[in-house]
Design a protein around this ligand. Structure first.
Ligand code: NAD
Length: 317
């Protein structure tokens, strides 16, 4: 029988691509419950789903910030049966923290962290009872590593990573797999929304130097990174499909190999010096955010070599 997959945040981007990819699976392995907060935004999904609509793809309302809507959606499914939950809904926030209100910050945590917690709380008891299930979270490389001017967004993804890293030990006892997908930049509305908000922001709340670093250095570099290294939502959908069909999927999956060495710096040096030094030099010496520049790549290689020498000196291997 096809597996029932519930995906959150399907009106655009990764959620839309994922819902469509799974529903159009040639082997018909999935029945997709594609959910979104606002059903008025369902046209793009309906158009992309094509003949899969009402066959292998059903659209339902679900707001990850509203427990009642989550309960109503899950209760509407036969036996509340969900084999695979994909937590995709999320919001971004960039800029100097002085320019962001506590309310805006809380809204990010409400969606990106508590949204995932609410969903898992609702489906986990059924999965445990059936001793089977997959819980996928579309996290981010920013769930593993802080990036300048993404302070609150990164905090929300770290929160979800910590939550899931604790939870998986228990869920594995019940044969329930928790899977973190950690993409780098993906070209979706997400990025555009963050830029639009950043353009409207009031930078008088911060000093001119910080405002200049953000608007000139950060925003310009960030746009360049998305256009050079950005993956498509379809890439992430393909990656996720491979992972959820694996016999025993691992916990963490980065989708963009370019970011793996950057993320490794932190684990290589527990003091954090290797990581902060590399990122500081990248931003303020080479004026780049991640390795779009050869200089930055050389710097990372050099740091990694230094690290290996250090490890040898300490007598491991
Ligand atoms: P997107 O803005 O196109 O999609 C996010 C979706 O979540 C939207 O459809 C939005 O309506 C929905 N959403 C927001 N609040 C919601 C709520 N309360 N209830 C239900 N749905 C809600 O952007 P995307 O890039 O497709 O983002 C999807 C996920 O991927 C997010 O969790 C994001 O953090 C993550 N991600 C994105 C990138 C990137 O560069 N775009 C990189 C890594 C991770």
């Amino acid at each position: 029988a096809p597996k029932t997959v519930l995906v959150t945040g399907c009106s655009s981007g990764i959620g839309l691509a994922l819902a469509v990819r799974l529903a159009q699976d040639k082997q018909r392995r999935f029945r997709v419950i594609a959910t979104m907060r606002n059903l008025a935004k369902k046209e793009a999904l309906e158009a992309a789903a094509g003949p899969a609509l009402h066959r292998t793809l059903e659209i339902k309302q679900l707001d990850v910030c509203d427990e009642k809507s989550i309960r109503a959606c899950v209760n509407s499914l036969p036996n509340r049966h969900i084999d695979i939950l994909i937590n995709n809904a999320g919001v971004g926030l960039i800029g100097p923290i002085e320019c962001q209100s506590i309310e805006e910050m809380k809204a990010v945590m409400e969606t990106n962290f508590f949204g995932v917690v609410r969903m898992i709380k609702e489906v986990l008891p059924d999965m445990k009872r059936r001793r089977s299930g997959h819980i996928v979270v579309i996290s981010s490389v920013m769930g593993l590593q802080g990036i300048v001017f993404n302070d609150i967004y990164t905090a929300s993804k770290f929160a979800v990573e910590g939550f899931c890293e604790s939870l998986i030990i228990q869920t594995l006892k019940f044969n329930v797999f928790v899977i973190m997908i950690e993409p780098g930049p993906v070209v979706t509305e997400f990025e555009m929304k963050a830029y639009e908000d950043a353009e409207k922001a009031d930078y008088s709340q911060t000093d001119p130097e910080t405002a200049d670093i953000f608007t000139n250095l950060y925003l310009k570099n960030s746009k360049a990174i998305f256009s050079s290294l950005g993956q498509t939502p379809e890439d992430i959908a393909e990656h996720t499909l491979r992972i959820i069909t694996a016999a025993k999927p691992a916990f963490r999956h980065q989708t963009n190999a370019v970011y793996t060495p950057m993320m490794a710096l932190k684990h290589a040096d527990p003091t954090g010096a290797l990581m902060t030094d590399t990122f500081y030099k990248m931003v303020f010496k080479y004026e780049t955010l991640l390795h779009v520049s050869l200089k930055a790549i050389r710097l990372i290689r050099w740091q990694a070599q230094k690290m290996r020498q250090g490890v040898k000196m300490l007598g491991f291997r």
